[in-house]
Structures are given as structure tokens and as C-alpha cells.
Design a protein around this ligand. Structure first.
Ligand SMILES: *Cc1c(COP(=O)(O)O)cnc(C)c1O
Length: 444
């Protein structure tokens, strides 16, 4: 294969008969070289029964494949692209920083600036440590909670996804759900046995778990707005209840805000709901599209980390200057007045368009949305936990996915994923999408 020609889009062979022939050809090669042809499972389009396209470039609300098809993108690289793809401010900042070096492996100024930004935006975070992914952040936060409490067990909720580390790949959402293997092979049963999995929004189940073995539970980790099994919202009082019961038992409350942090407001869900977790995990938006994660919280707990304390955690590239400057620049853009209000207004426009359409068509649906995160479910059940998410009409979703793709709209290739809006989505993009959805529904 002539990879450089593919990268430059010179091998485009567009034909209406096939959606993306060049991608299709490249995918055959990819499958021989990379397991399943992808570096992260959800990209394989298995849940919609097809093959992925290969991206050549993305700008603003658009993503373009190597066959030259352009799509309005509602994934935004699974969250980071909150300003839209390739914002000039971030690109210029990365470009300038790169001239001074790509990685140092010794402290740099940007790390302190990033830490100051995170701690000032998120009041519960007194100290923070940077990682290279959300997975590393949650994995490290769990180890820290265990080291701090000298306990082993943790509680997580069914359908919440916290990355792919051993203790957390139990009844997880996102790609793990899509592939019908919520428990990964290769996770020792003795590890999984330390993880108690409960249904989201179920106070009774939580109370019972604490009554049974509360003094053995190091941490309770959750996505405060679970967004990796569709978008599930907590019932009123549920998060406050979790804060109370964890405090009562000396269990570390960990908010995994890798998805929601810096997306739903300056202080994430904890800011919206007025809850103070002990530790929080971040990623996605704070990396501005570069590989970044972070975890932080009470100084008393964070000081258990090496080199101060006994809990070891490290990273050759952690605090990488390019990743830091990309994130800092993105956060500065979000800091400008009205950014979150604008994101909410874009979300509200999409919501009202889609709701009006489905009511008109008489198709049962639920549309959950908070700010720039949304999810459409083909079900009439109230969405409160993973069980209710699973009542969706999956076949209907698959058909809608392909019909929309044909019309130049790219939504997540799985009914278990949330949709992402960015500041680059225009009113025209939204209106075009609702119209496309109307014709798509007419065809399926
Ligand atoms: C994406 C995500 C993770 C994992 O982050 P990676 O950077 O993919 O490792 C963890 N928790 C939540 C809530 C996420 O959405």
C-alpha cells in the first residue's frame, strides 16, 4: 500500500456504488496488521455490522474520510474536541511549544500552570497528578484509595466505564458492552472478586453492600452522570446519598469525570450537583485532543502518592509539554464568557428538533441530554440504569446509523455511546441533521 498517497488523499476512488471503497481496501490491510484492524475496539463498527472509514482530516464540526466523504461529526474524538476539531488556538500553541522540545522527563512550567487551572476550576481538587489517559487516572485513583484506607474492595456501578484496568473491567460500559463481553478474559477472578458491582440509582443495593462489608470498602467509584451506556442521569438525591454513606464508612468517593469534567461546566458534574467527592478523575477535554488524564482531590489523600507517600504511581510522558499546552489552551477558550451557555443552546436546539420529529412520527423514544452530551434511545422506558438502556430497539439504531452516514451525519457506531456537541456545531449543522434524520426515518 502507498501509505503516503493515502494520507494525502491522492488515492481517492469515489464511487456511489460503495460508501467508501478506499477505506474498505485499507481496512483489509489493517486487519492483517492490527487485531481487528483497530487500536480501540469501538472503532471497529462491530455493533452496527460494518467496517469503519479511515479519517484523513477533521476541522470544526466536520470529519473527512480518505474517499473524500465529509460528515458532520457527533463524536468529537469521543469527547476531547469540545471546541470542534483542530482549533487554530490549540494548534498554534502546540506548534510553538514543540519548538522548545517534545518531552523533557523533568519538571516544566506548563505542568504547574495546568495544576493551578484544574485546582481553581474544581474546588474539591486540592492537589492533582497528570497521567497519559483516563484509564491511568482511574486505575491510579483506585490504588491510592486502597493505599490510603488499607482496604481492598471497591464498589462500581453496572454500565459505568472507567477505562480498561483489571479491577474496573467488571460489568463495564462503552466498548466492553458493545462486544457483549463485560468481563474481559485475562482479568484474574481474584481481582474481579474485589469489585462489587451494583445497579445505578439503586440506594437499597448500596445500603446493603455497606451493611454487609462497609469497613472493607476502599472506594466507591462512579460516573456521576454515566455516559458510557447511553446517557443515564442520577435520580434526585442519589449522589448526595452516596456522599453521605461513603463518609459514614470512611470509603473514598471517586467521581470519574473523564467524560463530564470541563465539558458540563467549569467544575463538571460535581459543580452542577454541589457534591464534593474525595477524588476525581479527568481526561478527554483537558488534553485538547492529546493523550492526557489526571486525578486529584483532597491533599491529605493525594499526599499518599510517591514520592511523599507509599502508593507508587509514575509516567515517563506524564505532564508532557505538548499535551499540557493543548489542554491549557483549550481550557482558556472554554473560560471565555458564554462558552458553556452556547454549548447548552446548541444541545437544546438539537433536542427540540429531534423530539418534535419523533413525536410527529409517533416513534417511542427517550432523549437524554445535559449541555453538550446527548443520547437518543429507541425505547419508551425511563432510562435509570443499564437494564433500562438495554430495552432499546437495537435493529432500529443500526438502520438509523447507516442511513444517517449516507446523508453525511456521523453518530457513534453503537447504541451504548453518548453523542458529543462542540462549539463548532452551527445552527445549520443542527437543522441539517434533524432534516437528515427525518428522511432517514422515512427510509428505515
Ligand atoms: C473515556 C473514559 C475513561 C477512559 O479514558 P481513556 O483515556 O480512554 O483511557 C474512563 N472513564 C470515563 C468515564 C470515560 O469516559
Amino acid at each position: 500500500m502507498n501509505f503516503s498517497a493515502l494520507r494525502n488523499g491522492e488515492m481517492r476512488q469515489y464511487s456511489r456504488a460503495m460508501r467508501y471503497p478506499t477505506s474498505s481496501k485499507l481496512f483489509q490491510t489493517a486487519k492483517q496488521l492490527i487485531p481487528g484492524g483497530v487500536n480501540s475496539p469501538v472503532r471497529a463498527f462491530r455493533n452496527v455490522g460494518g467496517e469503519p472509514f479511515f479519517v484523513r482530516r477533521a476541522k470544526g464540526s466536520r470529519i473527512e474520510d480518505i474517499d473524500g466523504n465529509s460528515y458532520i461529526d457527533y463524536i468529537g474524538t469521543w469527547g476531547p474536541a469540545i471546541l470542534g476539531h483542530a482549533p487554530m488556538s490549540v494548534i498554534n500553541a502546540v506548534h510553538e511549544a514543540a519548538k522548545n522540545g517534545l518531552s523533557f522527563g523533568i519538571p516544566n512550567v506548563l505542568e504547574v500552570e495546568m495544576a493551578q487551572m484544574i485546582t481553581s476550576w474544581v474546588p474539591s481538587v486540592e492537589k492533582v497528578r497528570m497521567t497519559n489517559s483516563g484509564t491511568e487516572a482511574t486505575m491510579s485513583a483506585i490504588r491510592l484509595a486502597r493505599g490510603y484506607t488499607k482496604r481492598d474492595k471497591i464498589i462500581k456501578f453496572d454500565g459505568c466505564y472507567h477505562g480498561h484496568s483489571d479491577s474496573l473491567l467488571v460489568a463495564a460500559g462503552s466498548g466492553a458492552l458493545t462486544h457483549g463481553e463485560p468481563d474481559s478474559a485475562g482479568v484474574p477472578a481474584v481481582f474481579a472478586a474485589q469489585t462489587i458491582v451494583l445497579p445505578f440509582n439503586d440506594r437499597e443495593a448500596v445500603s446493603q453492600a455497606f451493611a454487609t462489608c462497609g469497613d472493607e470498602i476502599a472506594a466507591l467509584i462512579l460516573e456521576p452522570y454515566p455516559a458510557n451506556a447511553g446517557l443515564i442521569l442520577p435520580q434526585p438525591g442519589f449522589l448526595a446519598f452516596l456522599r453521605e454513606i461513603t463518609a459514614q464508612y470512611g470509603t473514598v468517593l471517586i467521581f470519574d469525570e473523564v467524560m463530564t469534567g470541563f465539558r458540563l461546566g467549569k467544575a463538571g458534574v460535581q459543580g452542577l450537583e454541589g457534591i464534593t467527592p474525595d477524588l476525581s478523575c479527568f481526561g478527554k477535554v483537558i488534553g485538547g485532543g492529546l493523550p492526557v488524564g489526571a486525578f486529584g482531590g483532597k491533599a491529605e489523600i493525594m499526599d499518599y502518592l510517591a514520592p511523599l507517600g507509599p502508593v507508587y504511581q509514575a509516567g515517563t510522558l506524564s505532564g508532557n509539554p505538548l499535551a499540557m499546552v493543548a489542554g491549557i489552551t483549550q481550557l482558556h477558550e472554554l473560560e471565555k464568557s458564554g462558552a458553556y451557555e452556547t454549548l447548552d443552546a446548541i444541545g437544546a436546539r438539537l433536542q427540540s428538533g429531534v423530539e418534535a420529529l419523533f413525536l410527529k412520527k409517533g416513534i417511542p423514544f427517550r432523549f437524554n441530554r445535559v449541555g453538550s452530551l446527548f443520547c437518543l434511545f429507541f425505547t419508551d422506558q425511563e432510562i435509570i440504569n443499564l437494564e433500562s438502556v438495554k430495552t432499546q430497539d437495537m435493529e432500529m439504531f443500526r438502520k438509523l446509523f447507516w442511513a444517517l452516514l449516507d446523508k453525511g451525519i456521523y453518530i457513534a457506531p453503537s447504541p451504548y455511546e453518548t453523542g458529543f456537541l462542540s462549539l463548532a456545531h452551527s445552527n445549520d449543522d443542527i437543522d441539517f441533521t434533524v432534516d437528515a434524520m427525518e428522511s432517514a426515518l422515512g427510509e428505515i
